[in-house]
Ligand binder design. Structure first.
Ligand code: ZN
Length: 408
């Protein structure tokens, strides 16, 4: 439909993660990439859905009148020649605040991201400590499709930018991203944003099996009702997240596991929730069907008191009887980050760890350690599948620090 502000592409088909040292310009890059979209959808921002889902979308468009990277834009009218551009794809840019959290999120998101923007500022020597740690995470997880964004080149001038470029090249040598493009950008002036868009649009697309069993880790959940609303006018609870496989339609019956904690005599007994999808929203527009890619909100018939204030975060949603088991006892293989800045001893029995499992954050106690195999007892049941990467934080010198990840 013409003038439809979604350009007919309601479903995001690609998730881009972001990593970068604090103050290296990650946020302004995300803004430079997505602000046009966000401005157009100020109504939805008012409704707060996008913010609650914690991501921003952009629609990459292509101009038929331009060649090379300058053909790529997020504007309806090509900024180079004024021709009306055509929408190519919708991309969700996932951003996360906080450093340790960010690295844990990166590990958790490695299950759902299709590409990564690694932001390194030209006005500081490379590598800074966090930049070093981020490369460790990228290397450890073998994240492919990485673009190195050299930010703040307007501050250092040409000679400074070249010196910084050489430092970055040397820094990534021998890593999984040694051949990744380094793209100098000036986010304030929109310089080279078209190159970034070109590279994202031409990253390999993930395989999609429409017949796979649908699965969504719940990353957000909320109650959209205003206080004091009549019970008869109440809307059901909303759950948000990314589909990692399959597809879901309005009207589908879904099960949410492990569900609601039952306050009974026995501890940690959960009751799965079975409900119907009454609506699907991408943060701005209603959709009939959701596919993998991007964050979506599912309206349901769940009592909103269960979904309010992220009450269902960490659950998994999908077709009844097809979801992975929720476990409170697990054995995982531990992969150490070998961070140079941490004095890390061996794990000991009874030690408490903080784990990110899917979208769940849970405390686990070490029961036994045999070589790299760590047996854990978790404080609550979490849905877990074979091969899932679990971020692990240990308490070192009174602080929770990301030390590695486990594979279940
Ligand atoms: Zn053009």
């Amino acid at each position: 439909m013409k003038n439809d502000n979604t350009d007919g592409i309601k479903q995001s088909s690609f998730n881009i993660g972001t990593l970068g040292h604090i103050d290296h310009g990650k946020t302004s890059l995300v803004r430079a990439l997505t602000n046009v979209w966000a401005d157009k959808h100020s109504e939805s921002l008012k409704r707060n859905m996008t913010i609650k889902l914690g991501y921003a979308d952009m629609i990459i468009r292509k101009c038929s009148g331009c060649e090379g990277s300058s053909a790529y834009t997020t504007m309806e009218k090509c900024p180079s020649c004024g021709t009306e551009s055509k929408p190519l794809m919708r991309v969700s840019v996932l951003d996360a605040p906080g450093h340790e959290t960010l690295m844990a999120t990166a590990i958790a998101e490695a299950n759902i991201i299709n590409g990564l923007l690694f932001v390194i500022a030209a006005n500081e020597p490379c590598p800074m400590q966090q930049t070093k740690e981020h490369l460790m995470v990228i290397n450890l997880l073998g994240i492919k499709n990485v673009l190195i964004i050299q930010s703040k080149i307007d501050i250092v001038g040409k000679a400074g930018a070249i010196e910084s470029y050489n430092q970055i090249r040397k820094f990534v040598k021998g890593s999984v991203i040694e051949d990744a493009p380094i793209i100098p950008v000036m986010t304030n002036y929109g310089i080279n944003i078209d190159v970034v868009l070109d590279k994202i649009a031409n990253m390999p697309k993930p395989d999609f099996d429409p017949n796979a069993s649908p699965k969504m880790y719940v990353a957000r959940s909320f109650d959209i009702n205003r206080p004091g609303i009549e019970a008869s006018d109440m809307s059901g609870g909303v759950i948000g997240g990314t589909l990692i496989s399959g597809r879901l339609k309005v009207g589908d019956e879904i099960e949410i596991m492990p569900g609601i904690l039952v306050q009974g005599q026995k501890k940690n007994v959960y009751k799965p929730i079975v409900t119907v999808i009454t609506g699907i929203n991408n943060g701005a527009d209603d959709m009939d069907e959701a596919l993998p890619g991007g964050l979506i909100g599912l309206s349901t018939e769940i009592d909103p008191s269960f979904t309010k204030a992220d009450g269902l975060v960490g659950n998994i949603a999908g077709r009844k009887g097809e979801l992975p088991e929720s476990l409170s006892k697990i054995t995982m293989k531990y992969h150490k980050l070998n961070r140079g800045d941490l004095q890390e001893g061996a794990m000991s029995n009874g030690e408490a760890l903080i784990l990110s499992v899917g979208t769940a954050t849970v405390v686990g106690f070490v029961k036994s350690v045999k070589r790299d195999n760590v047996e854990l007892e978790l404080k609550k049941s979490v849905p877990i599948e074979k091969g899932l990467k679990i971020a692990i934080m240990r308490n070192i010198s009174q602080r929770w620090r990301l030390t590695g990840y486990g594979i279940f």
